[in-house]
Design a protein around this ligand. Structure first.
Ligand SMILES: [Cu+2]
Length: 120
């Protein structure tokens, strides 16, 4: 009497498991497309006229150091207020304590020269 009902339950369980596996595979694929947060500090090159890499992910408490390598004047100017000098050479270091997305750009070249630090 219970056999057909139990069989139905197994079918539904199997279907749920398949859906869950497909969803999990999809999610991990999407996160693999984003830059991975490394365990430590990170470095970004300031070139003429771009940041390399333009997207960097770090964990809370990590520092990012920008290194000027181009011949022209550039800055690292954050939307939230922090900024380097406008300079041709040298470094700029910022430590990120809180999770979030931090957009920055060059005050000389505007949004054509921009980048993002993701803290997570
Ligand atoms: Cu610039």
């Amino acid at each position: 009497v219970f056999a057909p009902a139990r069989n139905d339950v197994f079918k539904k369980l199997a279907l749920c498991t398949l859906v869950f596996i497909a969803f999990a595979a999809c999610s991990s694929h999407e996160s693999a497309m984003e830059p991975q947060a490394s365990g430590g500090d990170a470095a970004v090159n300031v070139d003429d006229n771009n940041y390399s890499p333009s997207s960097t992910a770090v964990v809370p408490g990590a520092s990012v150091t920008w290194k000027w390598r181009g011949a022209n004047l550039h800055s690292v100017t954050f939307d939230d207020g922090g900024a380097s000098s406008v300079q041709r050479t040298g470094d700029y270091k910022r430590t990120f304590q809180n999770a979030g997305s931090f957009a920055y750009h060059c005050s000389i070249h505007g949004l054509a020269m921009s980048g993002t630090i993701t803290v997570r």
